[in-house]
Design a protein around this ligand. Sequence first.
Ligand code: XMP
Length: 323
Amino acid sequence: SWTTGSVIEEQVAAIREQVGDKRAICGLSGGVDSAVAAALVQKAIGTQLTCVYVDHGLMRQGETEQVEKDFVAATGVQLKVVDAEERFLTALKGVSDPEEKRKIIGREFIRVFEQAQAEIIADEGPEVAFLVQGTLYPDVVESGGGTGTANIKSHHNVGGLPEDLEFKLIEPLRKLFKDEVRMVGQELGLPDEIVQRQPFPGPGLGIRIVGEVTKERLDLLREADAIAREELTAAGLDRDIWQCPVVLLADVRSVGVQGDGRTYGHPIVLRPVSSEDAMTADWSRLPYDVLAKISTRITNEVADVNRVVLDVTSKPPGTIEWE
Ligand code: XMP
């Protein structure tokens, strides 16, 4: 019968056999899947694994530290962190179009990750032959069940590497559903904040600022988002909500009155939704007192925000994210 213990044992043995004395690389996103995949592979091959975390500067408050400190403490994994905030902000300068933002973030991410890979190979040699991916069973079904290799074209000229690097894939979560992945993660000793994390988009807060993405706007949104998350957690609502994007309407201003005078600030949108699979969603009927607390705190504590609005649109017609 299925137990998390037997899944872990089975996978650890299979990964050891597959990797032998070669080495593997795993990209960490801060999400559940890559974290559990990395923890499993780390359990199997220890320091033959190197994890890479690209800090694009678009994460929420505390998330990068969660990977750098808590994840490393829980697993003992060997981690390479690339601080690429400036590079991403420069690439995003002047860009407001959502699709354009996604394209830029995706492109920069691949470039930074490949550069990190190339550096690891330069350090550790050609025995780096495997790439770990947190592919789940639903992803396998959706993509037709294929598996195999990842072809990495290196854009970077890092001392004597072949133009094309071919990695074999390790996908230890291929037979698991999300709730099973969470159970495996828990059994492996990962912190709850990682294992129970709600979905968060790869492009991060970059697609939660309607308008140009700047450092100031990111910092403001991080503050508002942290308050919303704190209050939802304090109210015990995390399990009822699928996710709650917090969005900054950076190009909108409205008149307000705060303290002694008139303000002309930005609105923050709360977008709490309930869903089974993110394909459809309904707006969450949050208790008014929780909404009131979040609204009061955000307008009191976050400079330049004088209004909090609630998105009461289901999906369809709205998407969960605003961009
Ligand atoms: P939408 O906005 O399309 O979102 O209703 C559906 C789910 O997908 C997440 N999402 C993304 N996840 N990269 C991701 O990894 C992305 O570019 C991306 N866009 C949306 C979103 O948070 C929701 O859970």
